[in-house]
Design a protein. Sequence first.
Length: 170
Amino acid sequence: MEFSLDQNLSRKLIGQIEDIFPERIPSLPLIHHDCEECFELQNAFAGKSWKEISSELLKENFSKLSLFSEEAFHAFIPAYLIHSIKSLDGDDFVSEFTAYAFLPDELVDEDEGHRNWWVLKLSFFTDEQFNSILGYLDLVEATDEYFDRDLMKRGRQGLLKLREESKDQS
């Protein structure tokens, strides 16, 4: 099966993300854990809005989205999304890990704390922002030939279910 990036859809989605995610600097702490890796992450992102995050910084921290506080995750995710969309037709770990950051694992069904973390994380997104995330996941699925389609389907179902729970608690 041949996969190709729809440039018009990509530009439209980037524009949408730029329009619906406010530029803001999240409050400290940006992390919930006290370790050297988390402090380095916080120091690298502190005092910045998503528009001030460089591609190099994203590449250096491609796997660390889950370390951010819920507020920081929401504040910085537009930078990760936009970088990922621009890099989908290449070999980029930021793209892969950004997609996986929105796919809940089996732990949400087994661990109430983990489930609550997901619900809280998703509660920061407006409906419009959440729909742009779904659009991003659709684009990844349609473009990335190496992405696990079964994982995407299960993860998307879990994500939608958790989103409903987050709206019920708002």
